[in-house]
Design a protein around this ligand. Structure first.
Ligand code: FES
Length: 189
C-alpha cells in the first residue's frame, strides 16, 4: 500500500467511458496472455488524459485491475516516469532538462529564469492554473541543449528571449483553446 501523503487512496469510483474502455481492451489484446503489462505505459497515458490530467491512487488501482497487475506494479511505473503526474497540474506542464549537457549549456539559468517569470518554484503550479514547472532528467535532445518540453512539444537551444516568446505564445493560445486536445487514444489506437 502506498503511504506517501501525495498518494492517499480516496476510494472514488473511477472508470473510462465505454468507448475508451473498448479501445483500452483492444490495446491490451495486442499482447499475448500473461504479457498484458506491455500495455501499461499506453494505458497510463490514456488514463491521465481521460481521467482528469493526473494519476490518483484510485486511477492507478483501476489501471492495475484492467491489466490484471498488482497495484505496486503500476505505482512503480507511474512514479518513475516524469511524464506522469501524481497531483493536479496546470494546462501547460513545462519540464526543463537538468542533466549535465543541458546544465552546462545554460539549463540551470533557464530554470531559474522560468521560476522568476512564473513566480513559482520547481514542482509548483501558477495560481491561474496555466503553468506547472518541473525539472526532469535528460529529454534525449542533448545535441540542442538546453532543452525543455511543454506538454508534448519540445523546445531546444533555449535562451531567455526564446522563453519570453514561448510563454507569450502559450498565454495567447490558452485563451483560445478551452480544452486541451486529446492525443493518446488517437496515437495508440
Ligand atoms: S541532457 Fe538535456 S536533453 Fe539530454
Amino acid at each position: 500500500m502506498v503511504r506517501h501523503k501525495l498518494y492517499k487512496k480516496e476510494n472514488k469510483p473511477v472508470s473510462f467511458s465505454p468507448e475508451v474502455l473498448e479501445k483500452v481492451h483492444a490495446l491490451i489484446r495486442r499482447y499475448p496472455p500473461g504479457k498484458q503489462k506491455s500495455a501499461l505505459l499506453m494505458v497510463l497515458h490514456i488514463a491521465q488524459e481521460e481521467l482528469g490530467g493526473y494519476l490518483t491512487v484510485d486511477i492507478m488501482d483501476y489501471v492495475a485491475f484492467l491489466l490484471d497487475l498488482q497495484p505496486i506494479e503500476v505505482y512503480e511505473v507511474a512514479t518513475f516516469y516524469s511524464m506522469f503526474h501524481l497531483e493536479p497540474v496546470g494546462k501547460y506542464v513545462i519540464e526543463v532538462c537538468r542533466t549535465s549537457p543541458c546544465a552546462i549549456t545554460g539549463g540551470e539559468n533557464i530554470l531559474q529564469y522560468l521560476q522568476e517569470k512564473l513566480g513559482i518554484k520547481t514542482g509548483e503550479t501558477t495560481a491561474n492554473g496555466l503553468f506547472t514547472l518541473k525539472a526532469v532528467e535528460c529529454l534525449g535532445a542533448c545535441g540542442n541543449a538546453p532543452v525543455m518540453q511543454v506538454n508534448t512539444e519540445f523546445y531546444e537551444n533555449l535562451t531567455k528571449d526564446k522563453i519570453d516568446r514561448i510563454l507569450e505564445e502559450m498565454e495567447k493560445k490558452a485563451n483560445q483553446e478551452s480544452i486541451p486536445e486529446k492525443r493518446w487514444v488517437k496515437i495508440f489506437y
